[in-house]
Design a protein around this ligand. Structure first.
Ligand SMILES: [Zn+2]
Ligand SMILES: [Zn+2]
Length: 247
């Protein structure tokens, strides 16, 4: 199995190590047909994209599209679900500036409200105080469900990775909204157990490298192992294809 499309990668515009062109060249070398650059959204406190760089980034992608017509390039973003407010760190209008929008919850996102701040707090506290886990779960779940209702994004990144969630509720809503759940090479959720638990929902998944270095683009050995172990049919992973020699 290999990726036909890798929809999740980072460059030096956020916390990645390669330039856009480094990433694109690596994507071509690995045989991808479609490739997205999805740096962290504006609201990431440490390495979010700077709004003032957006037009430069878009121009750079357009240049790369011309220079490398053999691959389909997408200018994307990994937006931050800020917390239980369900707000993303970009407006619906700003979403239109991108070819693809991914969204996920990250500890480094700047809270937009007190609700979001307490979401971060409970995701920290529950590791030490078990009683906080249920509150954290409710907050995380609420934020993700609201975000899916409000914003037409395409992929929910590493669901459940940064804090506990009601995964079934999220998975059902994702299906209803046509949002793909991600199986991410760099993050342990979705786990094999979770994939098994969700089996009856017949979800659509996207497998991603979430590469932060060019050499990791399209590399998903851990994802493939999880999929195999959980018995998820390959047809459910929208961006996977069989190797030529397997035909
Ligand atoms: Zn992420
Ligand atoms: Zn990422």
């Amino acid at each position: 199995m290999k990726l036909r499309a890798d929809y999740h990668s980072h460059t030096t515009y956020s916390d990645g190590k390669g330039s856009m062109e480094d990433n694109v060249r690596a994507a071509i070398a690995s045989g991808l047909k479609t490739f997205a650059i999805t740096d962290h959204g504006f609201g990431h406190g440490f390495f979010g994209i700077k709004r003032r760089k957006l037009s430069k980034m878009r121009a750079e992608i357009e240049e790369l599209k011309k220079k490398y017509p053999q691959i389909r390039l997408l200018f994307g973003v990994e937006a931050n679900i800020r917390g239980s407010s369900g707000r993303l760190d970009l407006t619906r209008k700003e979403m239109e500036l991108f070819d693809i929008v991914l969204a996920g919850y990250h500890f480094g996102s700047l809270p937009g409200s007190l609700e979001d701040l307490t979401t971060h707090l409970f995701n920290f506290l529950f590791k030490f105080f078990g009683v906080c886990k249920e509150i954290a779960r409710r907050k995380n779940t609420r934020g993700i469900l609201l975000a899916m209702q409000r914003y037409p994004f395409s992929i929910l990144t590493h669901p459940g990775d940064k804090g506990p969630v009601d995964l079934r509720a999220i998975a059902r809503a994702a299906k209803r909204h046509g949002i793909a759940m991600e199986i991410n090479e760099r993050h342990k959720h979705l786990t094999v157990e979770e994939l098994k638990e969700l089996e009856d929902l017949k979800l659509n998944y996207i497998a991603s490298s979430d590469a932060h270095r060019p050499e990791n683009i399209a590399r998903i050995p851990g994802v493939l192992e999880r999929i195999r172990e959980a018995g998820v049919p390959i047809s459910r992973i929208a961006n996977l294809e069989e190797d030529e020699h397997e035909h």
